[in-house]
Design a protein around this ligand. Structure first.
Ligand code: C2E
Ligand code: CA
Ligand code: CA
Length: 792
């Protein structure tokens, strides 16, 4: 093998040797370097073309100096090009070589083309003053040539004087033109670099939500822009007391101070964003050691008040300021996005009413605690309020909310710092007690019963509720579901045992006919026994306030306990599977009612929203049942909206298949309670979702809390960008509606329009709405009048 290759070796070696030389002299990228390369090449060419004249002279004494001069000039030009610098040593050598070359030729004018080519090339390096000085050197060489040439040639040179001297002014004009060209090229190149840095930073910031990373990316881009803009320096500052603290710096400083005085801060405050830039700021000038022009921009980090101070001697490049301003805005936007993202994440784990953990966080914490328990006991308390509904009915919903907050506070006080208190929904709370024995947990449960059972002074009056607490303790043998179920069973036993007490779970509770078991048995028969009732709540489009749809919400007419809201039985129904029958009952009833309304109110078609639970979607038969229902009641598929929660879909591939099939038939899918789960809107992209229902907690917060408002706004905007409609839930007041309108939400639902009501009440309410002028069939809701309408 090696023998076969050996003939090629010398060639390869030659190629290898030539490659770096070719690389060094091939055209570089960048406007400035590219132009320098071109002018260097032209100067070399010029030198090559002016060489034959002296040599053809044939005067032997001149030939050697001419060859030496040409060699020196070629070397000097190439060294200058490769080292990318102006060097005075090389200029002197150039001057000398030019004189020698001129004196060796038939006429001093033979070197003019070369001198001009050299001026163009050399003027692209160093300062303008340096370029003029160099030109003066070349100009000075001219009289020397005029003096020496006749001596060397041995003839009178007087006739050459006007030709040679008249070139001198043009040499200076050439320097000015070359410097001008250089300035334009340099500015363009810097601008292109800054644009590239800006674009790269912008692209990075789009995908970052971590605030520290946003700060790092933005500041790195500021530093890169400083590098691309010679002379530019930037100080990052924060307000501290009256003055400013310097938190970052980039660019060349004599010394970076730790603080700046209140005087500097005052000037910055006065001139923020002003053009032209500020001068005469001695304290800032001292940091650079030169008088500079200064400009300031607001800091991109909205969490701190402060400025970014830009400075540069002589002139502050306008384009650099524009780029930095735009970068700061981009950083600011990214910070806001990151903040909103963080809040969404926090809100996804907290109960917005009480600030306690929500069900999702509780479940996660329970799983983690059990997994890490390592033989230690873990206790779970389930707390259900007794007679909470009375407070809501007698004192109103806001009193109910106030009471729930007070209960949350009392439970928190009754527990220890390491315990996790959560609100699971409605009036149900839970406490996770890591590393806690049954005795300790019993003591805490008793404290909760006593604390919650005390009188509460609410704004609307005095209230008193009880707490029934169920307690289950795991000794390392149960799953999260099992321990939760046991605490739940114990809680029902506590309630059955007379309310306002606690009950520790024991296997005995499972035997015999425990209260929970009886309740669940009744629940599983509720649909068959015709004990279920469907209430409806209108969905109203914004801003025209037309009732476009209704949501079906189930209630259970319990044989002993009266009409129960879903909060009392849906969780149990999901646990036992009774939700399948309940859900099917609601779907059929809603389709039947919708068919009635289509008959009695022609032209005013209302879409019907039906809540669907995870279990239903996992059922193979569900899809067929829905389609059969549509056929039986001649219901247009796009008038049926299935409401599902985010967690349902994300957890089950089968559910996604079912939804895709139904959506392909035209059935509409809505995501319910959006914002309370873990998902971001973008994760729903792959699902056939057309409607996003923004959870009531965001609506409640939006008018009082700018952050809630920002989140609501972000969800609406992003949903609309993804082609989804938005319905805001839990709208209770006109100001909430006004805000939602301004944000651009498509529709609203809540007590402001109507509380969930039986079908007959809903029809009466619909009939009472004024008919719109434009679309005769639709129902228009008149807000001020309807404000007081409530459920019986
Ligand atoms: P959801 O689907 O989020 O239904 C909206 C709940 O918010 C209803 O509670 C409604 O009464 C209440 N609401 C409406 N407007 C307002 C308002 O302005 N302020 C306040 N504070 N609340 C308002 P409801 O009827 O008690 O239902 C509770 C949950 O039970 C429903 O929440 C839904 O998740 C579930 N649910 C109800 N019916 C069914 C059903 O047929 N099947 C399934 N799987 N779940 C159902
Ligand atoms: Ca719903
Ligand atoms: Ca909802």
């Amino acid at each position: 093998m090696s023998d076969l290759r050996s003939p090629a070796r010398p060639l390869d070696r030659a190629r290898a040797a030539v490659r770096p030389v070719l690389a060094a002299v091939s055209r570089p990228t960048g406007m400035v370097e590219g132009t320098r390369w071109l002018f260097w090449l032209l100067a070399i060419l010029s030198l090559a073309l002016s060489t034959p004249a002296p040599l053809l002279q044939g005067r032997t004494p001149s030939t050697l100096p001419a060859i030496a001069a040409v060699t020196a000039l070629a070397a000097s030009l190439t060294i200058g090009y490769l080292s990318r610098r102006a060097r005075w040593g090389l200029d002197l050598l150039d001057g000398l070589a030019v004189v020698v070359l001129a004196c060796s030729g038939p006429s001093p004018a033979t070197i003019f083309a070369l001198v001009f080519a050299m001026i163009w090339f050399r003027s692209l390096y160093g300062s303008a003053a340096g370029a003029l000085l160099r030109c003066t050197l070349y100009a000075g060489a001219m009289p020397v040539i005029l003096f020496l040439w006749p001596v060397v040639v041995g003839s009178a040179g007087g006739a050459q004087a006007p030709v040679v001297l008249s070139a001198i002014p043009t040499m200076f004009v050439t320097v000015v033109a070359a410097r001008h060209l250089f300035g334009i090229l340099r500015d363009r190149q810097q601008e292109a670099q800054r644009d590239a840095i800006h674009a790269a930073a912008g692209a990075m910031l789009l995908g970052v939500t971590d605030l520290t990373e946003i700060r790092r990316v933005t500041w790195q881009a500021v530093s890169d822009i400083c590098v691309a803009t010679p002379g530019l320096r930037v100080l990052g500052t924060q307000q501290v007391g009256e003055g400013l603290q310097v938190v970052a710096s980039t660019g060349s400083f004599d010394h970076v101070p730790t603080t700046l005085s209140s005087a500097v801060r005052g000037t910055l405050e006065q001139h923020q964003g002003d053009a032209p830039a500020m001068t005469g700021l001695a304290e800032l000038d001292a940091t650079v050691g030169l008088p500079c022009l200064w400009h300031c921009l607001p800091a991109f980090d909205q969490s701190v008040a402060g400025w970014m101070i830009l400075g540069s001697p002589r002139r502050l490049p306008e384009q650099a300021v524009v780029t930095l301003t735009s970068l700061v805005t981009q950083g600011l936007l990214a910070m806001r996005n990151g903040q909103a993202h963080r809040e969404l994440t926090v809100q996804a784990t907290l109960d917005s009413l009480t600030g306690l953990a929500n069900r999702a966080l509780f479940n996660t914490a329970l799983s983690t605690t059990l997994a890490a328990a390592d033989g230690t006991e873990t206790a779970v308390l389930f707390v259900d309020l007794d007679d909470f509904k009375d407070v809501n009915d007698l004192l109103g919903h806001s009193a109910g909310d106030e009471l729930l907050r007070e209960v949350a506070a009392r439970i928190t006080v009754a527990t220890r710092t390491d315990d996790l208190c959560a609100r699971l929904g409605g009036d149900e709370f839970a406490v996770l007690l890591p590393r806690t024995s049954a005795d300790e947990a019993t003591a805490i449960a008793r404290r909760i019963v006593t604390a919650v059972g005390g009188r509460m002074n609410l704004t609307a009056g005095v209230a008193q509720v009880g707490a029934s607490v169920g307690l289950a303790v795991d000794v390392g043998d149960s799953t999260p579901d099992q321990i939760v179920q046991r605490a739940d069973i114990a809680m029902y036993a506590a309630k059955a045992g007379g309310k306002g007490r606690m009950q520790l779970f024991s296997a005995g509770l499972l035997q015999g006919d425990s209260v929970q078991a009886a309740f669940e048995r009744q629940l599983s028969a509720a649909a068959a026994n015709d004990e279920l009732v469907v209430h409806y709540q209108p969905v109203v489009s914004l801003p025209d306030a037309r009732c476009t749809a209704v949501e079906a919400l189930v209630r259970w007419q319990h044989p002993e306990r009266g009409l129960l809201d879903p909060g009392h039985f849906i969780a149990a129904a999901e646990r036992t599977g009774a939700i399948r029958d309940i859900g099917m009952f609601v779907l059929r009833q809603a389709c039947a009612d919708a068919a009635d309304w289509r008959g009695s109110r022609p032209g005013a078609d209302l879409a019907v929203h039906v809540n669907v639970s995870a279990l239903q979607l996992d059922d193979d038969a569900f899809c067929d049942e829905v389609l059969r229902c549509l056929e039986e009641f001649s219901m247009p598929a796009d008038e049926l909206v299935l409401e599902i929660t985010e967690t349902v879909v994300i957890s089950s591939p089968a559910a996604i298949d079912t939804l895709n099939t139904l959506a392909a038939h035209g059935v509409v899918v809505a995501i319910d309670d959006f914002g309370t789960g873990y998902s971001a809107l973008t994760t729903l992209r792959s699902l056939p979702v057309s409607i996003v229902k923004i959870d009531a907690s965001f609506v409640a917060g939006s008018t009082v809390n700018p952050r809630d408002r920002a989140v609501t706004e972000a969800v609406v905007q992003m949903a609309s960008r993804m082609g989804m409609r938005t319905i805001a839930e839990g709208v209770e007041r006109p100001d909430q509606q006004a805000l939602l309108e301004s944000i651009g939400a498509d529709a609203a639902q809540g007590f402001l329009y109507l509380r969930p009501a039986p079908a007959d009440d809903l029809v009466r309410w619909l009939d009472a709405q004024p008919a719109p002028a434009s679309t005769p069939g639709d129902v228009v809701v008149s807000l001020p009048r309807r404000h007081a309408v409530g459920r019986a």
